[in-house]
Design a protein around this ligand. Structure first.
Ligand code: ADP
Ligand code: MG
Length: 357
């Protein structure tokens, strides 16, 4: 009866998600510190930037994404579109969510929220975990789930476990509160090593990974899923003439790993047969969770101030490169749990796919 409907609903959800493609790119613009910023227009699926040119005539560049969030978007709105991904983790999918952008563009705000966040301002990490526990609780009569977490930092191509001295330590957790205290520990451990360089957090990638192991109580079947929540190092290019030594080495490591991530996602988006996972620690670490049936969501962040426009353009170009959608072809499909509507969506998406063949 009801369980069957739920089960069918769940499968349809995943089918719709699969048909929509496994790589999504969302753009988010944080509030501007100036009266007149570089963003001239932003709607649900596209963003336009005013680009100053040398001859004094300003140009306009428009970029299209699966979804765009303006400066007034709330944490809850941003997460709403991400929610179906969380559900799919419990259905046995591997998911990666990345926050990309220059330092100060809002990556940590999206993933973690501000310092000491409240109920409204908590970020994707907390909301994802809260949903994981909530849904696993809802399914407890049919599936028994075990949830374990890991926190890693990648700095200068070296991976460090932030929860213990051991490598790749998975800590069992029972509740969102457990995860919060582990995250606190992770952030403290991260801070300890950062005494010499107080903004090291912007020059390293941090990755919160949640592994889900489910056992179907009737069939005995096991389900394995995972989600990686990655706050990437700042994407800004440093002026090679101005930095030397350690700072230059850091910058080169960051450029290399972000480029490698871009290469991997873009070759997956283009369905190329060779995917260059081996070119960075980050892509090696996430290899099993990128490609195949795995789902990827990239939040690209824009700092809307005029003096950041060159970085913003470079961020949007990176985002466009890893995105599967064609320019101007973005269509926003609202998710719905209504089975009938989902069936209609699947039918029309299948028809569209058939026409493409
Ligand atoms: P990053 O992690 O990319 O370096 P942060 O997330 O630390 O950037 O954001 C820089 C500053 O802007 C912080 O003070 C943060 O609270 C603020 N901020 C970022 N995004 C938003 C947003 N969407 N709404 C309000 N404030 C934001
Ligand atoms: Mg940050």
């Amino acid at each position: 009866g009801y369980q069957r409907v739920l089960e069918e609903n769940r499968k349809l959800y995943n089918q719709v998600q699969d048909l929509k493609g496994n790589i999504r790119v969302y753009c988010r613009v944080r509030p501007c510190h100036q009266k007149q910023g570089s963003v001239s227009k932003i709607d649900e699926g596209s963003i336009s930037l005013l680009v100053p040119s040398k001859n004094g005539k300003d140009g306009k560049k428009t970029f299209t994404f699966n979804r765009c969030f303006g400066p007034n978007s709330t944490q809850a709105e941003v997460f709403a579109d991400t929610q179906p991904l969380i559900r799919s983790v419990l259905d046995g999918y591997n998911v990666c969510i990345f926050a990309y952008g220059q330092t100060g563009s809002g990556k940590t705000h999206t993933m973690s929220g501000p310092n000491n966040p409240d109920e409204e301002t908590v970020g994707v990490n907390y909301r994802a975990l809260r949903d994981l526990f909530l849904i696993s609780e809802q399914r407890k009569d049919t599936i028994h789930y075990e949830i374990r977490v890991q926190m890693l930092e990648i700095y200068n191509e070296t991976v460090r476990d932030l929860l213990s001295a051991d490598d790749a330590n998975l800590v069992p957790v029972q509740s969102t509160a457990d995860v919060l205290s582990l995250m606190d520990l992770g952030f403290k451990n991260r801070a300890v090593s950062a005494t010499a360089m107080n903004d090291r957090s912007s020059r390293s990638h941090s990755c919160l990974t949640v592994h889900v192991h489910g056992k179907d109580l009737t069939s005995g079947k096991t389900i394995r899923g995972s989600i990686h929540l990655v706050d990437l190092a700042g994407s800004e290019r440093v002026d090679k003439s101005e930095v030397t030594g350690d700072r230059l080495k850091e910058a080169q490591h960051i450029n290399k790993s972000l480029a490698a991530l871009g290469d991997v996602i873009s070759s997956l988006a283009q369905k190329q047969s060779h995917v260059p996972y081996r070119n960075s620690k980050l892509t090696q670490l996430l290899q099993d969770s990128l490609g195949g049936q795995a789902k990827t969501l990239m939040f690209v962040h824009i700092a809307p101030e005029q003096d950041a426009v060159v970085e913003s353009i470079s961020t949007l170009k990176f985002a466009e490169r890893v995105s599967t959608i064609e320019l101007g072809a973005a269509k926003v499909n609202k998710d719905s749990s209504d089975v009938k509507e989902l069936k209609e969506q699947i039918a029309s998406l299948k028809a569209a796919l058939a026409q493409k063949d």
